[in-house]
Design a protein around this ligand. Structure first.
Ligand code: NAD
Length: 336
């Protein structure tokens, strides 16, 4: 049983903590918080030993009556691997500390590929993280692109991908971000970072992306145009994506024609936090014209990378060699 710490118990961190907790080959031995807020109290209520990542704030936790197990320095001694879920840019700085302390580290998509050196997606390059010390799990959008493009590439070979990414303006809990009433080309230049990010795990894929921010918090949405080496029947692609783990087909004509309705479905499923770990692909959007495959999908940005973090732990700590077995094990434990 491997011992895992979570540095940064926010949107991604608290979900990864819960996902690790339901596996039988790894356990959470501590999570860190900087601020004595309700999330810190909830971590304690759930039974996660809480460590302070800013030791100078110890008094604030005492004042708030939140019981802590120690500071992050105490946690380093207990863990085999730290999953860093701090805001973008901080993980790269933390990596230097992890190196000093001799602990392995997983980082999230907000960190730059160059800063961490190696990126991960369960479907694209599981094996390459075998025994690695420092690995970045690619972002929610990149995870969504890999989940559907990898099986399509395996089935019929991809010549070229063009994708338009419609990005949520903020997460539901983020009160300071926008846009409130605008569509923002983000970036206004092409390509957006998503295509190059896919290439950090699907190394040879010819992909170019452009992205817009829109005033929604529920999900990202992608529109893909994929030139293929060999042209399958539309039904073959539908069958392929139906059989692909962590991908779920939705039908507009059954009432799931928008991100709002897809997330209503997720709420009705009754999963913790109403998370939708799967990539939602609209079945009606799958079409082939002049040898080019078109489809539309949506990404629950708060949760799709969570099972990938579990698989990445398994590869780095050499717990399971086979990507598909790890994916199945993670899914079974998480109810995916
Ligand atoms: P978040 O702001 O929800 O959570 C970050 C947590 O880290 C908070 O608890 C914060 O208090 C804590 N923190 C801040 N500074 C810290 C520090 N110096 N040391 C330790 N802890 C610190 O952020 P998030 O959305 O969970 O994002 C975390 C990472 O995951 C980022 O790299 C982000 O790009 C990536 N990511 C986010 C999403 C998403 O949609 N939210 C999706 C995929 C990947």
């Amino acid at each position: 049983m491997k011992s895992i710490g979570i540095n940064g118990y926010g949107t991604i961190g608290k979900r990864v903590a819960d996902a690790v907790s339901c596996q039988d080959d790894m356990k959470i031995v501590g999570v860190t918080k900087r601020t004595p807020d309700f999330e810190a109290q909830m971590a304690v209520d759930k039974g996660y030993p809480l460590y302070i990542s800013a030791p100078e704030r110890e008094g604030q936790f005492e004042e708030a009556g939140i019981k802590v197990a120690g500071t992050i320095d105490d946690l380093y001694d207990l863990i085999d691997l730290m999953v860093d879920c701090t805001p973008e840019g901080i993980g790269a700085k933390n990596m230097e500390v992890y190196k000093e302390k001799g602990v392995k580290g997983i980082f999230q998509g907000g960190e730059k590929q160059d800063a961490i050196g190696h990126s991960f997606n369960s479907f694209a390059n599981f094996q390459d993280a075998w025994g690695a010390d420092y690995v970045r799990v690619v972002s929610c959008n990149t995870t969504g692109l890999c989940r559907t493009l990898k099986p399509i590439d395996d089935l019929c070979g991809i010549k070229k991908v063009r994708a338009v990414m419609v990005r949520r303006g903020a997460d539901p809990g983020q009160i300071k971000k926008g846009p409130i009433n605008a569509i923002v080309p983000n970036p206004p230049t092409v390509p957006s970072h998503h295509g190059p990010d896919v290439q950090t795990v699907m190394y040879d894929l010819n992909i170019t992306t452009m992205a817009l921010l829109v005033p929604t918090t529920l999900m990202h949405q992608h529109n893909l145009m994929v030139e293929l080496e060999s042209v399958p029947a539309v039904d073959d692609v539908i069958d392929l994506l139906e059989a692909t783990p962590r991908v779920m087909l939705f039908e507009a004509n059954k009432g799931a024609g928008s991100t709002a309705e897809v997330m209503e479905f997720a709420r009705d499923m009754g999963r913790p936090r109403s998370d939708l770990f799967e990539i939602a692909v609209w079945k009606e959007s799958i079409n082939i014209t002049e040898g080019e495959l078109f489809y539309m999908q949506a990404i629950h940005q708060e949760s799709d990378v969570v099972p990938e973090n579990v698989d990445c732990i398994r590869a780095m700590l050499e717990l399971e060699e086979d990507a598909q077995k790890s994916i199945a094990k993670t899914n079974q434990a998480m109810g995916i």
